[in-house]
Design a protein around this ligand. Sequence first.
Ligand code: BMA
Length: 802
Amino acid sequence: MSQISLNGKWILTSPAHSHLAIPMTVPGDNYHALYQAGIITNPYMGTNENEVQWVRECDWHLSQEFSLSPQEMSAASLILNLSRVDTLANVFINNELVLSSTNQFQRHRIDIKPFVKPGDNTISVHFSRVDEEALSRAKKLPMPIPWAVGNNQLPHMNLIRKTQCHSGWDWGICLMVSGIYDPIYIEVVKKIELSSIETAQIWYQGAVDLTVNVKHECIAGQAITVNFNDEIHTLISHESGETSTIFHIENPELWWPSGYGEQPLYSLTVELDEQTITKRVGLRQLELNNKNDEIGSAMEFVINGFPINSKGANWIPMDAMPSLESESRYRELLTSAKDANMNMIRVWGGGQYESELFYDLCDELGLMVWQDMMFACSLYPSTDAFLKDVEPEIRQQIQRLKDHPSIVLWCGDNEVIGAIGWYDESKNNKTTYTVNYDRLNRNIAQWIAEEDPSRRFWTSSPCNGDMDFGDAWHNDNRGDMHFWDVWHSGKSFDAYQDIKPRFCSEFGFQSWPSFSEVKTFVPEEDWNVTSPTFEGHQKNGRGNSIITEMFTRYFRFPSNFEQMLYLSQVQQAIAIKTGCEYWRAISPICRGMLYWQLNDNWPVSSWSSIEYSGRWKQLHYHAKRFFAPTYVPFEETNSELRIRAVNDHRTEAHIDGTVYWMDFNGELLGKWAVNYTIEEDGNDVIWSLSKEKFQVSENNSFFFIEIEVNGESIQNTWFATPKLKQLTMKKAKINLIQSGTMLTLQSDNPAFFVHLEHDGKGQFSDSSFTLLPEKPVTIEYLGDDIETLKNTLRVYDLSNSY
Ligand code: BMA
């Protein structure tokens, strides 16, 4: 019997709208339910965001009936499990208050046995307005605590423990959702409650001891079985409420980040009194190397003794309407990350501690997780009341997550140290606000250290290191860096090459959505980058101007709306590639790069490389190449053009390839074979050419390398200037032959950023690539919507964008 699920159909009502009673699926949110019931229009379409704001100005009630059998009623306790309750919620069982919850990130386990009866029972959850509570909390503060003006559309959301981007962000719609986003259930405890399990690893040469600690109700004498990888240990419950056992594993199969090895996961199952907890355990050693060196100090993750080049992107919540989170979408997004050769994801502090599913998938796919605590871009109070709200949140989240092998770091927040310097109140009183920061942050560090001594705590992202409250946006000697000089400060793309970050955890460049994506949310009369819909779906004040201004710097101005969309994605890909390619070329100085941002939570113009629908932008195809474990970045010195080989593998790699020097008519000016064996974790120059040799034809020619490594082919292209508008590029005529899912492209002239797009689902094996004349390329369509592919397939390239 063990669990009674309360998931499924509930009824949503609002005291402000007495006529309204609609079905709502839990787990889920009220906005989605209102949309499904036809009460509101789809908030993501057109300018509808403005029309649906009334929803946050009401209280909302959710209720459901459930029934209990006499047998269930005979249980010792009936534990109601609630998590991700958003946010200010009173929970009633048969009209009696059993819980007042004020923090979306806390979990609750309440024995409701005293409140229920055999037969029919009612559970109801009353959500109250968050904006009013925030205002009233702000009035009671001992000093003003600045909130994220410019991101949030509502004031003081930093005082409420709710996903910070719900009230809008510089890529995010303002949807103040409420609801319950995790499964809700009653645990039937016959005699003794199984509360939780946790593991710890102690490593020896070639062996590991895995301790399994079981927490239970303080009742002695009950049998507990612990099954690790089919080895069974039987324990007896103890009156202290805790007992443990150790499994010794010789020659364990090691868990590795993607690209470095496999991700074996051992099963662990604990059973007590018909309650079961299962986990999958990855065995791996983890270290964060911050040792001082001749530059400053390292920022290098070391797994199983091997230094890792962390490559990936920042993650935001997958949907502004949590009802739309689903296993298949988590899987699709995270698989897309892995497919682009990423091995790390940063769960950004303005979102949410992710669902179990997210971390299970990261374990499975070998995606390391940099986990922020949920604080971002605002200041936060350090009052007793606030600390009291946050402490259980942090402790519970760490307990919940710490057995995931993918998680490699606990980070205190996103950009909160930096934010001290953003707001007038704190700028003018830095001492007070820095002390205030440290009071909260020090407590968070302490709670985390107590819950998980196995991982490092990192104060903030970005941060120069422990007790360093300096400017980590501009110090590239130590710690992690957020480098925004190109996007927010308007520097040119090559500014990425002016820094040598130890670990760049944020840097980004926006693009507009693809034409296919635009068709899903922009009415045709608004197909214009300054239309109301387009401007409503751009949340970064100067965003559209920056994109357009950058066009004028680097490109010939695109001929129409559709080509503007295409070119914005070329531009984004070039920007991010410029940074990543250079930072890989300086490895091991730089040991990590996570661009901003992987995904979108609604259809919008943003820094993402994957659109809301799951479609890869051009950047994502480029990332697959520039993040490849063995890659060939170009490098320019004063006198030479060079190609390097970088190899992240734990074994040597053999590179076989050709370098082409060609003019824009397709005339070959030079050709070199490259054959090179690059050692593990290696970085060597494998080809070079004196600049004098090609200076005369700089604007008339380009370099191209194609290599085969481990059976995969990777290409890279180099232009003598980032100002592609100056090149003497010829119009390309690209011929496409489709045979089922195979698409063969051929061009008369060299064609660049050749990009395939269609309105259906499914990626291509490659896109946004260079196509040389007389070298046809065959691309595979990896989806199953052949009909849409046939009808809507479009081929773009740079020469035809103007
Ligand atoms: C970063 C993030 C976000 C923001 C992004 C783009 O610093 O932490 O706050 O969305 O910049 O401005």
